[in-house]
Design a protein around this ligand. Structure first.
Ligand SMILES: Nc1ncnc2c1ncn2[C@@H]1O[C@H](COP(=O)(O)OP(=O)(O)OP(=O)(O)O)[C@@H](O)[C@H]1O
Ligand SMILES: [Mg+2]
Ligand SMILES: [Zn+2]
Length: 467
């Protein structure tokens, strides 16, 4: 069974509000309070706090890090077993070039979904809202935004605005008052820092956790040690208020982890898979029902798969398939210039035609009249601008006569557009698209086919006006 992580992102544009302290200690508390829950932590910052805290022994410099993860490395290659049973991914100083790759907002969600990481993933971010932070925000089942004062609260609005811009549900976002100095008391209803912050937050429509984290000199000292290590609150500051506050926050998060049946990674991945399956299905459906032969020369593609340089489709889509490059250019050279193959100028005229039609789409609209039949032939650019229109007289077409010059054209029209009793289907037409002969089927892939679909719709409109 595929596993998906529950993702917690710690984010704030303000520096020094306690993000990293919160992220690293949460990882330890989660693991301590739920031993069998895999916990993995990573940071998009370059201060290596995570490495200093969780590294069991000095790693080789080429051990895969966050950079490798973001470049698509497998989770099994990048997650290291660390102190306190917490898995961690080494930090990297070189995430600059990654920003380029992360134009889309959901790239990290997809990577986490495909990573095979289970349990909880905690992401510590930089004090900014760059594209990596944004990705971490959108990937999260829970975003914790530490606020310690009014300026940091002020900054939150940018995160909320990001979610609004993208139309993403903001229910994952929650503020948490941090570095609260309990000695500071106010007169009036907002009796202390956290009550004031919470009141303003709620007033602005931000969700705020009931828990908060106090400022503690003991906690502050955990960062500064002669051996360069950073100690956890759980092991080195148990006597503080902060310890019980972390227990409370962790309990709250575990409840949320337990209550989440489908995490963001899971939902997004399922959606992606369905979309992919849908694409494949329609691609396969488009492959189905292609004509087995080139309708001009009649050769089976199983026997002559080479030179499939054009794709045609009729207005009602009942006939679709490939045509040989040579067959199409010969046909149009005869039809447009009235030339036969043994005419002296045939080859040069055909080269001219061939050059044009590999860069444009041809629309063939037969107009069958009582007196005479003709073909309304047009060329369009790939973005649908009409480049050329020509009327081609089709003597004898209605009577089923062939006259040498137009044989190929008559064949194609009859094969593709035939209706009852030898007549063409009323108001039917067909269009001919250039394709890559090395991979003609690629034209039926979702993105390439979109262009055809758009042009077919445009041609239907053109024909409606012409008739
Ligand atoms: N509860 C606390 N009590 C006292 N000091 C704390 C507490 N939490 C964090 N600190 C101290 O505050 C400083 C900033 O904390 P931290 O590095 O966690 O913030 P940050 O938001 O990650 O900063 P940056 O934006 O630079 O990454 C550190 O020196 C840390 O030791
Ligand atoms: Mg930090
Ligand atoms: Zn052919």
């Amino acid at each position: 069974m595929h596993v998906y992580p529950y993702t917690i992102t710690i984010s704030s544009e303000k520096g020094g509000v306690g993000k990293t302290t919160l992220a690293t200690n949460l990882a330890i508390y989660l693991k301590a309070m739920r031993e069998d829950l895999p916990v993995t932590i990573l940071s998009f910052d370059n201060h290596f706090t995570i490495d200093k805290m969780f590294e069991l022994q000095k790693r080789e410099d080429d051990t895969p890090d966050v950079h490798a993860l973001l470049m698509g490395a497998k989770a099994s290659e990048v997650v290291q077993v660390g102190q306190y049973g917490v898995g961690y991914i080494r930090s990297s100083t070189e995430l600059g070039d990654i920003h380029e790759r992360f134009k889309g907002p959901m790239t990290l969600t997809r990577m986490l979904a495909e990573s095979g990481i289970s349990g909880v993933v905690i992401i510590d971010t930089r004090p900014d809202l760059n594209i990596l932070t944004q990705n971490a925000l959108y990937a999260a089942d829970r975003v914790l935004i530490p606020v310690k004062d009014l300026p940091s609260l002020e900054n939150c609005k940018n995160i909320f605005a990001l979610f609004d811009q993208r139309g993403i549900d903001k229910k994952s976002l929650a503020l948490i008052p941090c570095l609260i100095d309990s000695r500071i008391k106010f007169d009036g209803i907002f009796k202390d820092q956290k009550t004031l912050l919470r009141a303003i937050a709620v007033n602005r429509g931000y969700r705020c956790l009931d828990s908060y984290i106090s400022k503690s000199p003991k906690v502050e000292s955990l960062n500064t040690n002669p051996d360069g290590k950073i100690y956890p609150i759980l092991t080195h500051a148990r006597g503080t208020e902060v310890h019980s506050q972390f227990m409370e926050i962790t309990r709250d998060l575990l409840r949320s982890v337990d209550a989440t049946k489908e995490t963001r990674a899971c939902l997004y991945h399922t959606w992606l898979l369905e979309k992919e399956a849908g694409k494949k299905e329609s691609y396969l459906a488009r492959l189905e029902g292609l004509a087995e032969r080139c309708l001009i020369c009649g050769a089976l593609f199983t026997e002559h798969p080479e030179d499939r340089s054009f794709y045609f489709e009729t207005s009602d889509r009942s006939a679709r398939g490939f045509l040989h490059g040579n067959c199409v250019s010969n046909m149009l050279c005869s039809a447009l210039y009235g030339l036969q193959e043994n005419d002296a100028t045939f080859d040069s005229a055909r080269a001219l035609v061939a050059e044009k039609i590999t860069r444009s789409v041809s629309l063939l609209l037969p107009r069958i009249g009582f007196e005479a039949s003709r073909l309304d032939y047009r060329q369009f650019s790939m973005v649908g601008e009409q480049l050329l229109q020509k009327n081609v007289e089709m003597p004898g077409f209605d009577a089923g006569e062939f006259n040498g010059v137009h044989n190929r054209l008559y064949l194609l029209l009859n094969e593709a557009l035939a209706g009852f009793e030898g007549a063409l289907r009323k108001e039917s037409w067909l269009s001919v698209y250039p394709v890559d002969p090395a991979n003609p089927e690629a034209v039926l892939h979702e993105d390439a086919y979109k262009i055809i679909h758009r042009l077919q719709k445009l041609f239907a409109e053109v024909v409606r006006q012409a008739i």
